[in-house]
Design a protein around this ligand. Structure first.
Ligand code: NOJ
Length: 754
């Protein structure tokens, strides 16, 4: 049969399907999907489940078999459903043209890319944005990335990553929203809305992919890709809620995960994908595997070989194979031998086609291929203003002894020390899309906007030995101290020292786990020398994860956590340093006192021995050499003003809702924003429960002297929990709530539920 004829047949089938009445409650494109499916051969169906990487930008181990020509050939045969890492209208158009104009049925490709915190214009890394606790700003930032991605031909991002992360050794904490499921869930919603908007077929919105389903953030000892073994109460109460929230916000795709979960690789995990996601939660979109994760079930020793892996993954509900090449190789034979039912293949293909319809790809396969739009949108000037806004909001003031900050804008001699101070690349962070190397505003450049002071820069020591790239290890300088003397001299002869230290932009992210989380290389040593030279010192800590800042906390009067803030990094930092923006960020992850405390999180359990019994008795849950609590706890973050809390009251209404009222006053010298946080403790329950849990927050702005009374509502959703079988229950009894500016807030009250 001729290609052209078939394309016409498909169009006619789709057109007649469109005019047929849809059954009530049906998904909008169901009839079209069914019609198209009925025209497809088994091979073509399996082709839709096959995803290839582009031909140059490898974001995982290079494929051990197959080459570009095989990919082209399969595209022509209609045996590819999606490609990833192809960007730019010109390139996307090329592959889309082959799929649409040369394959028998002309089914368009869905084009995926890791647009994690920007495409060309970079927002802060996701962990930094989580510190803003500002859902509108996070949604707006996600939208900027989505617009640039869509304008470059991408219609599907592998984000948001909603893995709760409690171990700062794990490099991928930079990609998530920290340690708390409640905050992570709200951010997941904001991001999905930012990417998908209200209409997925809009040429400037893209499909979200919630990842990694599930448990990846609990990799043992923070080592990437490691084993995950967690109980069901942690699974239901901590790991799964952000995924459910993203789904409820409309996320159309999920990605499974490299790790095993309680003995079953997530990729082959029927309980996760079929029972929970597609069963109980009613997900109608599709699940893509992680890169090669179907094949990795062989080294997991869960599958005997590639064929067995394909069988187990498909049966378990992995709909699309990212770069394992195993579906395309084995599924046909597996169906023909009766080892897997064709109905399962049909189900996967239906899901994939459905999302393609929703993206508007059948209406116009080149919907995301508009050169004019690409020129107009990518790097658009107001995107810079948008990422500056969220960058400022992401900065956390950890310590400010004697109100050393903000600095005066004129008359100061400032020594600016550290390789990261002049680094225009590291602030772009890991997972940096297509950002141009060295395109961020450095701290040193940001300071130039305040010309009333004089700045003397000395790097002190290189942080890294060579310009790192995504796929290479970062080589840290641990021996060249030749710049120390100049830095020490600069510190000595200045009024104040601004030390910018932390991690290179490639020191966190995928496969960037660390067993030590202090300042890398010679930075700690240099910092100690600087303190000897000048006590008036501010540390700007630039990192992709919580670092161990214990020494700095003891010896440095002011510490600013700046993370990797993206394109506008230096401007955002300078505005905070000089008080043009009053810092409002709050930590989304606890900063430990030592690496030995990890994993550390505020919402831990009580244990049977929570309290120091006093005298000489040592038998309680503690370390002999470090305190139990965090150095800087979850939710912590200072301001240049002060907020006081009063009149905490609770009231139960007839419908079982508990109303909480609190009055917050700006009692300090300048206007500012505060994140008012509410934590809840269920005293006694049928399973052990955390010592406290975030159950509400509001970010408010108050002028000096201004006062606001806020109301929080605690419904069943906040008061209940999942038992070990996944059943949500609310139990009667006594609860304590705390309201304040961090997880260590001490204003509390109690109420009882009958
Ligand atoms: C592997 C990562 O785990 C995943 O998050 C990412 O989306 C894929 N590679 C594609 O780059």
């Amino acid at each position: 049969m001729k290609k052209g004829f078939l394309i016409l047949t498909v169009m006619a089938a789709l057109a007649s399907a469109c005019s047929r009445p849809q059954p009530k409650e049906a998904l909008p494109y169901e009839t079209q999907v069914d019609s198209l499916l009925s025209l497809m051969t088994l091979e073509e169906k399996i082709g839709q489940m096959n995803q290839y990487n582009g031909f140059w930008d490898v974001t995982g181990p290079a494929p051990s078999e197959g080459d570009a020509s095989m990919k082209y050939e399969n595209l022509r045969k209609g045996l590819v459903g999606s490609m990833l890492n192809i960007t730019g209208v010109e390139e996307v158009r090329k592959v889309q043209k082959i799929a649409v104009e040369e394959s028998r049925l002309g089914i368009p490709l869905i084009i995926g890319f890791d647009m994690i915190h920007g495409m060309k214009t970079m927002s802060p890394i996701p962990l930094a944005e989580a510190a803003s606790w500002d859902m509108e700003a996070i949604e707006a930032s996600s939208r900027i990335g989505a617009r640039e991605a869509a304008a470059m031909g991408v219609n599907w991002t592998f984000a948001p990553m909603v893995d709760v992360g409690r171990d700062a050794r794990w490099g991928r904490v930079m990609e998530g929203s920290g340690e708390d499921p409640y905050l992570t869930a709200l951010i997941a919603k904001a991001r999905v809305k930012g990417y998908q908007g209200d209409d997925l077929s809009d040429p400037l919105t893209i499909a979200a992919c919630v990842k990694h389903f599930a448990g990846y953030g609990f990799s043992e000892s923070g080592r990437d890709y490691n084993t995950v073994d967690v109980g069901t109460t942690t699974l239901y109460n901590t790991i799964l809620p952000p995924f459910k929230a993203a789904l409820d916000a409309g996320a159309r795709t999920f990605m499974n995960s490299f790790n095993d979960l309680n003995g079953i690789p997530a990729t082959g995990n029927s309980f996760l994908q079929r029972e929970i996601l597609k069963g109980e939660w009613g997900f109608t979109g599709f699940v893509v595997s992680d890169w090669g994760s179907i094949g990795e079930m062989v080294p997991h020793r869960y599958a005997a070989d590639g064929k067995d892996a394909a069988l187990k993954a498909a049966k378990a509900g992995s709909d699309m194979d990212m770069e394992s090449y195993l579906y395309i190789k084995h599924l046909k034979e597996l169906v023909e031998s009766g080892e897997i039912e064709e109905s399962l293949i049909d189900d996967a293909v239906r899901r994939i086609l459905r999302v393609k319809f929703e993206l508007g790809l059948f209406e116009d396969p080149y919907r995301y291929c508009n050169e004019e739009l690409e020129k107009e949108i990518v790097g658009q000037a107001d995107h810079q203003a948008g990422v500056l806004d969220i960058a400022k909001k992401s900065i956390v003031l950890l310590k400010n002894e004697g109100n050393l900050l903000p600095l005066q804008k004129s008359g100061l001699k400032v020594a600016v020390i550290g390789a990261l101070a002049s680094d225009k690349d590291s602030p772009l962070g890991s997972w940096r899309g297509l950002a141009e190397t060295n395109s961020a505003v450095s701290v040193l450049e940001g300071l130039q906007a305040y010309p009333g002071n004089t700045y003397r820069y000395a790097k002190g020591a290189d942080l890294v030995l060579e310009q790192p790239v995504f796929l290479k290890e970062v080589k840290i300088n641990s021996s060249d101290r030749s710049g120390f003397a100049e830095a020490i001299q600069a510190a000595r002869s200045s009024d104040i020292v601004l030390a910018v230290m932390g991690e290179n932009g490639f020191q966190s992210g995928e496969a960037r786990s660390r067993s030590e989380i202090g300042l890398p290389g010679l930075q700690q040593e240099l910092l100690e020398e600087l303190v000897k030279a000048n006590k008036k010192i501010i540390l700007v800590s630039m990192s992709g994860r919580p670092l161990d800042l214990s020494w700095a906390d003891q010896n440095i009067p002011a510490i600013v956590q700046s993370w990797h803030l993206g394109s506008q990094s230096g401007n955002a930092i300078a505005q905070v340093i000089f008080g043009d923006y009053n810092p409002s960020g709050k930590l989304p992850m606890s900063f430990p006192r030592s690496v030995g405390q990890l994993p550390i999180y505020y919402n831990q359990k009580s244990t049977g021995r929570p309290n120091d019994p006093g005298s000489d008795i040592v038998f309680w849950s503690h370390y002999a050499d470090v305190k139990n609590d965090a150095l800087y706890p979850f939710g912590h973050g200072l301001s240049y003003t002060a907020f006081s809390y009063s009149d905490l009251k609770t009231e139960k209404s007839a419908d079982g809702v508990v109303d909480v009222n609190i009055t917050v006053t700006n009692s300090g010298p300048v206007s500012g924003e505060e994140v008012v946080q509410l934590y809840l403790k269920d005293h006694v329950a049928s399973i052990t429960r955390p010592i406290k849990e975030l159950k509400g927050f509001q970010k408010i702005s108050l002028n000096t002297g201004e006062q606001k009374t806020l109301q929080f509502k605690l419904t069943d959703a906040e008061l209940g929990f999942f038992d070990g079988t996944g059943k949500f229950i609310v139990e009667p009894g006594t609860f304590t709530i705390w309201v304040g500016g961090s997880s260590s807030a001490d204003m509390s009250t109690e109420f009882t539920l009958d």
